[in-house]
Structures are given as structure tokens and as C-alpha cells.
Design a protein around this ligand. Structure first.
Ligand code: NDP
Length: 297
């Protein structure tokens, strides 16, 4: 069996185009333009790339992008004061503080300081609780994007067995909650799980969010399963030349595609969906804050 490739890049492009249309319509119908503030502390090169990319795509979607780049020496108190100012700024609908933060800043305290209604990353405990109780709120972007990819190949997930490998607050746990909301039977695996290959073989939907290159092998994948590879791992690629690297996922794509019914590649799978869903969350937040019903995306 050779799997259908789930083209996250194309699906994200379609989503972004839909958001851009809605932003135009919003300005015409309601007279406001959604605004996203992104806060970066320090010089982490990967974070700088993410923040640039987020700002560029925000502007391309027709929204307002505000960037705050703070030095490594910024104190937690200074960062909390900036978050407070953004909470109070009526022109800002979404606030994203890029993680990781320097070690002298407590990330949990910063996340909890963000107004939950502007928490477009969906990391605030209030939004985690809303997701768990099925009472709305803003959903973390990577799991939200992963669910959209799953639903691009199968709309009704009720009764399917889903295995999520990874239990982080930003990917694994919210992913499991979303799949429960879709009436899947969900198992969450982690580093202490016994016989992970056997558990994976029971999965109609397999989501890998671990951070271990090519860990999930083809013979762990049930025939016909939907496989979503969230992992992003940079590995040496001597075949490309001395000192070269490439990105790979947590799934051994070349063997897994022989068993899966549908599978995401890395790169070009979940990654592009994460920023597209950040834009979707910003649009959603801009409506909810004004007591309006957000457009379906
Ligand atoms: P974390 O490190 O926070 O969590 C990793 C999880 O994997 C933990 O729950 C850990 O278990 C589990 N794990 C580790 N080793 C094993 C193992 N051998 N067997 C089974 N489970 C294991 O990572 P994140 O959730 O933040 O990210 C996961 C991956 O997704 C990373 O590669 C990251 O780069 C990528 N990512 C991609 C995004 C995208 O946009 N595509 C966005 C966010 C993340 P335990 O809890 O027991 O330690």
C-alpha cells in the first residue's frame, strides 16, 4: 500500500487565503482589522525565524502585525508589564510570546498573565480548561492544524482508535482532547509507555509529537492508518555535503508510507498549518472579543 500524501503546505495556503478573504470582509462589514502582537525575548535563531515568518504571514493575510523584540537581559517584571500593556490595547486581538524564554523568566507566569481572550497560542490554563470541558476558547495551533489535516482525508472520526505519542501541554494533551471531542477512543503514549510499537499498531489515527528523529517505524503503522508527524528534528545529512543538515519528522516516512492510508511529510506537513492556525485564532479572537460570531474557517 502506498499512502496518500497529506499536503500541509497546500492546505495551509488554502486556509490562509480564506482568512485573508475574511479579514477583508471583516473590515468592510465591521470596520476593524485584527491585530496580532508577537513578543520575542533574546536572540534564539530558530525563534527569530519563526517570529519573522509569523509577522510576514500576518501582514499577507491583511492583519496588523506588531513585533516587540526585547533583549536577553529583559526582566520577568518588564515582560509582564509589556503583556499587561498589550492586554489593555484595544487594537490588539492576539498576543503571542515566543517560547522558549530565557531561563531567568518563568514562562508559566508570563502565559498566565496574557488575557485568555487574546491568548492565540491557546496555552493559558483557562483555554486549556475550556478545551477539556468543551466550552470553546482558543485551541493551541499545532494540534488544531493537525486535526484539520486529519479531517482533510476523513471527516467523520467517530469510533476510531487514536494514539497520540507525546503528552506535552502544547501538542500531545490538546491533541488528545481534540480527538476525544471528535469521538475517537484516545490513548496517550509517552516515554514510560510499555510496548509502544504494539500500541501504535492499534491506531487508526497515529499522531507522533515526540522530538525523536524517525522513531516510528513502518511496521508500527496499521494498514490504512492516518499518520500525522508533528516532530521537527534537524539531523546531519552528509549525503548533501560536509556539515549539511536536513529536517526529518518523528516518523520514518519511507517505511511508514508503505502501510499508512494517508501521511504527512516533514517538512511540508504540520509545520505550515501551525502558523495558518495562529492567523485563524487571531481572526477568531478578534470576533469573540467584540461579542460577534467568528467566521467558520
Ligand atoms: P516535548 O519534549 O515537550 O514532549 C515530548 C513528548 O514525547 C513527551 O511527552 C515525552 O514523554 C515523549 N517521549 C519522549 N521520548 C519518547 C519515547 N522514546 N517514546 C515515547 N514517547 C516519548 O515536545 P513537544 O510536544 O513540544 O514537541 C514534540 C515535537 O513536535 C518536537 O519535535 C517539536 O519540535 C515538534 N513541534 C512541531 C511543531 C510544528 O509546528 N510542526 C510545533 C510544536 C512542536 P514524557 O512526557 O514521558 O517525557
Amino acid at each position: 500500500m502506498t499512502a496518500t500524501l497529506i499536503d500541509g503546505k497546500a492546505i495551509a495556503e488554502t486556509l490562509r487565503a480564506g482568512i485573508a478573504r475574511e479579514v477583508q470582509r471583516t473590515e468592510a462589514a465591521h470596520g476593524f482589522v485584527p491585530g496580532l502582537a508577537v513578543v520575542l525575548v533574546g536572540e534564539n535563531p530558530a525563534s527569530q525565524v519563526y517570529v519573522r515568518s509569523k509577522a510576514k504571514q500576518t501582514v499577507e493575510a491583511g492583519m496588523r502585525s506588531v513585533e516587540h523584540k526585547l533583549p536577553d537581559t529583559t526582566s520577568e517584571q518588564e515582560l509582564l508589564m509589556l503583556v499587561q500593556a498589550l492586554n489593555n490595547d484595544p487594537g490588539i486581538d492576539g498576543i503571542l510570546v515566543q517560547l522558549p524564554l530565557p531561563s531567568h523568566i518563568n514562562a508559566d507566569r508570563v502565559i498566565e498573565a496574557i488575557d485568555p481572550d487574546k491568548d492565540v497560542d491557546g496555552f493559558h490554563p483557562m483555554n486549556a480548561g475550556r478545551l477539556m470541558t468543551g466550552t470553546g476558547g482558543l485551541v493551541p495551533c499545532t494540534p488544531l492544524g493537525s486535526l484539520k489535516l486529519i479531517k482533510s482525508v476523513r471527516s467523520d472520526l467517530a469510533g476510531l482508535n487514536a494514539v497520540v505519542i507525546g503528552r506535552s501541554n502544547i501538542v500531545g494533551k490538546p491533541m488528545a482532547q481534540l480527538l476525544i471531542s471528535e469521538s475517537c477512543t484516545v490513548t496517550v503514549a509517552h516515554s514510560r509507555t510499555r510496548d509502544l510499537p504494539a500500541m501504535c499498531r492499534s491506531a487508526d489515527i497515529l499522531v507522533a509529537a515526540v522530538g525523536r528523529p524517525l522513531m516510528v517505524k513502518g511496521d508500527w503503522v496499521k494498514d490504512g492508518a492516518i499518520v500525522i508527524d508533528v516532530g521537527i528534528n534537524r539531523v546531519d545529512a552528509p549525503d548533501l555535503g560536509p556539515g549539511k543538515t536536513r529536517l526529518v519528522g518523528d516518523v520514518d516516512f519511507s517505511t511508514a508510507k508503505e502501510h499508512a492510508g494517508a501521511i504527512t511529510p516533514v517538512p511540508g506537513g504540520v509545520g505550515p498549518m501551525t502558523i495558518a492556525c495562529l492567523l485563524a485564532n487571531t481572526l477568531t479572537a478578534s470576533y469573540l472579543r467584540r461579542g460577534l460570531v467568528p467566521p467558520a474557517l
